[in-house]
Design a protein around this ligand. Structure first.
Ligand code: ADP
Ligand code: 5GP
Length: 204
């Protein structure tokens, strides 16, 4: 019996398609739970508190960050807002053997990878910066200043893609979905995720 859930990290520039990919994959992959981050950013139309994010003010965020032991596994300032993964959000699920998907930026991914060696990281990249900008523009959720900042940050984030275990290109969505599912399924089949001696009875 697997006794511990696996942590998966998904990173990629804003507009690379992380939310779209997760929406397609998560309902069809039992045992993989989305980690709901805390953020100080304003909710976009259609985003729900506790589902997409825990939307909190800066004081609440900083209190969680500074408590002892720290309330966040990792946190970062991204595009001018604070984002973090609370320990409480993932601890119980991991203990229960549920796999967890963290949608976090490069700075947060580095913090998690420094603390844990058993993390599988996936970087999602757009087919080109032009296509990504066009998709982000069509999504029409950002003010012009935030839009520019997100594009500027995209270049810096893309430069870190090689730090990740896997690289997925989101050109055709169906192909990216298939790639993502394949990674999760293959990682679940690793020997180390299965108890010692599970196959021993076959040799008796
Ligand atoms: P992220 O969560 O990484 O910021 P989104 O999932 O919101 O990105 O995707 C940004 C926009 O691009 C959305 O409007 C989405 O519908 C669109 N999109 C995502 N993937 C594709 C794709 N493969 N082909 C065309 N449009 C896409
Ligand atoms: P958005 O505002 O578009 O939802 O997210 C902006 C960026 O913040 C994305 O790169 C996303 O991966 C990242 N992000 C979301 N939640 C967290 C988190 O808990 N920690 C960190 N470090 N980044 C996060």
């Amino acid at each position: 019996m697997i006794t511990k859930g696996q942590l998966f990290i998904l990173s990629g520039p804003s507009g690379s398609g992380k939310s779209t990919l997760m929406r397609q994959v998560l309902p069809n992959l039992p045992g993989l739970a989305f980690s709901v981050s805390h953020t100080t950013r304003q909710a976009r139309p259609g985003e729900r508190d506790g589902v997409h994010y825990h939307f909190v003010d800066s004081a609440t965020f900083l209190a969680l960050r500074d408590q002892q032991p720290p309330g966040f596994l990792e946190w970062a300032e991204v595009h001018g807002n604070l984002y973090g993964t609370s320990v409480a959000e993932i601890e119980e699920k991991i203990r229960q053997g549920v796999d967890i998907l963290l949608d976090i930026d490069v700075q947060g991914a580095r913090q998690v990878l420094r603390q844990r060696s058993d993390v599988v990281s996936i970087f999602l990249c757009p087919p080109s910066l032009e296509v990504m900008a066009e998709r982000l523009r069509r999504r029409a959720t950002e003010a012009e200043s935030s839009f520019d900042l997100r594009l500027e940050n995209a270049r810096k984030e893309l430069a870190c893609a090689s730090e990740y275990t896997y690289l997925l290109v989101n050109d055709r969505l169906e192909t990216a979905v298939e790639g993502f599912r394949s990674i999760i399924i293959a990682e679940r089949l690793r020997h180390r995720r299965n108890p010692d001696g599970q196959t021993v009875h076959l040799l008796r």
